[in-house]
Design a protein around this ligand. Structure first.
Ligand code: CP
Length: 313
C-alpha cells in the first residue's frame, strides 16, 4: 500500500516486517555516522494541524537520516489562516511534487480524505481520536526489544481511552500480534462496546492491573472534551493515576509506558515516570525515529515500484 493511514488494515506479517526493519535502524542510529542516502532526491513534507513535539521532530530526523529533503509546513503562518481548505492545501502541496506527506489533523478521517486527493504517499501522524499508527509501531518495537516478544503478553492501556488515537492503534496492533489487551478507564472515558475489539474493559484500575506485563498510561485529552465531564486532577490521580502502590498489583517486573506528552501527577507519578528500571518512556522516544525511518523506507520503495510499473520497466 502507498499510504500508512492506520494499523487496522495491517496484517501481523506486515507489522513484523516493519518492526524488523526498524530494529536495524535502531542499530544504525547508534553509530556515529548516522546519515544514509536511501531517500536522496526525495522530499518529505510535515503538515501538522495540531501541536507535536515527538512525532514531528522524529519524522524530520528520520527523513534527514535517510537523506531526504524535509519541509516543515507551519500551519499557523500558512494560507489555511486565510480560509484555504484542507483539500486545497493538500492539492497545492501535491502540485509541488513531494514524495511523502506526513499529516496530523484534529478530525478523525481527515488524513484518509487527504490521501484520496494526492498522488504522493501519505503517513497519518495522528487524526483526531481515530489512529496514530507510527505510535503503535514504536510502542511495539519498544516492548519487543525489552521483553523479546509481543505474543502472550497482557497489556493494560489506562486513562482517557475514549479520545485516544494511540489506544485505538495499539488495540489493533497488540491484538493482531497475539497480546491480550485490557482497557482501564473511568466510565465516562471508556468507549461503548469495546469488547467487540477483542479486549477486556475495567473501570476499577486496581482490578485491571492484576498480573499485567505492561502498563501503558494515557493523558487526559482535555482539548477533545468540549462539553463533556472533565474530572478533577486530585480525584483522577487517586483512582486512575499510576503510582508504585498501584503498579505493585501488576507482575513484579511489569514495565510502564507513556506515549507523551505526559502530565506528571495527573495520570502518572513523577518519580515512577523517571524510574529507568520500570519506565520505558525514553526508549519509546528513541524507537520513534527508527520506526519512522522504516515507514519512510518502505513507502518510498512502493513509490519506486509503482513508478517503474507505470514506466513499463
Ligand atoms: N506521542 C505523540 O504523538 O507525541 P507528540 O504529540 O509530541 O507528537
Amino acid at each position: 500500500q502507498r499510504h500508512l493511514l492506520g494499523i487496522a488494515e495491517r496484517t501481523s506479517d506486515e507489522i513484523s516486517f516493519l518492526l524488523d526493519l526498524a530494529d536495524r535502524y535502531v542499530v544504525q542510529n547508534r553509530l556515529p555516522g548516522k546519515k544514509l542516502d536511501l531517500l536522496s532526491g526525495r522530499t518529505v513534507i510535515n503538515l501538522f494541524f495540531e501541536s507535536s513535539t515527538r512525532t514531528r521532530t522524529s519524522f524530520e530526523l528520520a527523513a534527514k537520516r535517510l537523506g531526504a529533503d524535509v519541509i516543515n509546513m507551519s500551519v499557523s503562518t500558512s494560507s489555511i489562516k486565510k480560509g484555504e481548505t484542507l483539500i486545497d492545501t493538500a492539492m497545492t502541496l501535491n502540485a509541488m511534487r513531494p514524495d511523502v506527506l506526513v499529516v496530523r489533523h484534529p478530525d478523525s478521517g481527515a488524513v484518509q480524505l487527504l490521501s484520496e486527493k494526492v498522488n504522493c504517499a501519505v503517513i497519518n501522524g495522528g487524526d483526531g481520536s481515530h489512529e496514530h499508527p507510527t505510535q503503535a509501531l514504536l510502542d511495539a518495537l519498544t516492548i519487543r526489544r525489552r521483553v523479546g516478544r509481543l505474543e502472550g503478553l497482557t497489556v493494560a492501556i489506562c486513562g482517557d481511552i475514549l479520545h485516544s488515537r494511540v489506544a485505538r492503534s495499539n488495540i489493533h496492533l497488540l491484538t493482531v500480534m497475539g497480546a491480550h489487551v485490557r482497557l482501564i478507564a473511568p466510565p465516562t472515558l471508556m468507549p461503548s462496546s469495546v469488547e467487540r475489539l477483542g479486549v477486556e474493559a475495567f473501570t476499577d484500575m486496581r482490578a485491571g492491573l492484576q498480573g499485567v506485563d505492561i502498563v501503558m498510561m494515557l493523558r487526559l485529552q482535555t482539548e477533545r472534551m468540549q462539553g463533556n465531564y472533565v474530572p478533577s486532577i486530585r480525584e483522577y490521580f487517586r483512582f486512575y493515576g499510576l503510582d508504585q502502590e498501584k503498579l505493585s498489583l501488576a507482575k513484579p517486573d511489569a514495565l510502564v509506558m507513556h506515549p507523551g506528552p505526559m502530565n506528571r501527577g495527573v495520570e502518572i507519578d513523577s518519580e515512577l515516570a523517571d524510574d529507568l528500571d520500570r519506565s520505558l518512556i525514553r526508549d519509546q522516544v528513541e524507537m520513534g525515529v527508527a520506526v519512522r525511518m522504516a515507514c519512510l523506507d518502505v513507502l518510498t520503495r512502493v513509490l519506486r515500484r509503482d513508478a517503474e510499473t507505470e514506466a513499463g520497466v
